[in-house]
Write a protein that binds this ligand. Sequence first.
Ligand code: ITT
Ligand code: NA
Length: 203
Amino acid sequence: EILIVATRNRGKVREFQHAFAPLGLTVKSMFDYPELPEVVEDGQTFAENAFKKARTVGNALGLPVLADDSGLCVDALDGRPGVYSARYAGEGASDEENNLKLLSELEQLQQGEDTGQPLLSTASFVCALSLYDPATGQELAAEGRADGWITSEPAGGAGFGYDPLFYLAEYDKTMAELTLGEKQKISHRGAALRRLTELLAAK
Ligand code: ITT
Ligand code: NA
């Protein structure tokens, strides 16, 4: 069986493939449907954006679709970049550019004072999932969160996005130093997926 995920983010695709393979589901993403236009993400919340992506793609294909809207909320930056995480350094910015922008914003807060302390702020990753079925017009929504710190010392080559800067004190590792399986156990996306599975089971 196939599950369509409305994403063009290769890091998300890898994580969904890893999560759904044991259930016998093959993940298709927007790379399998290049003719579909990009969905404009103009919502104020992760949940709104996730629903918009799932609904737009689900209606275009006439099939149930899962969408993920996620991002990083940094406490010292009053929750930024939040829903703007993918384009923090500008439209089409790379992960590297967004990571540099984040560190420069946090270093500016220190007003040139080098504290010698790598942990710059507490932060959380948030993931909103939306599963939409165009046959019924019904949506199932779930959210998950992971708490950690932003470190000025990036580490790790796994994961994607802000993972190398997201330090987990319990593991003394960044999110980018975890395997796919380890990340799924503690990540915002893993938590949201478990919640969605519970909701599906209760239906
Ligand atoms: P789609 O909309 O096509 O799914 P996107 O990358 O634009 O892809 P979002 O709008 O949800 O997705 O933006 C999420 C951004 O937040 C993403 O680009 C990363 O920079 C960051 N992010 C989300 N989940 C993350 C994770 O697990 N690890 C690191 N960064 C993450
Ligand atoms: Na978004």
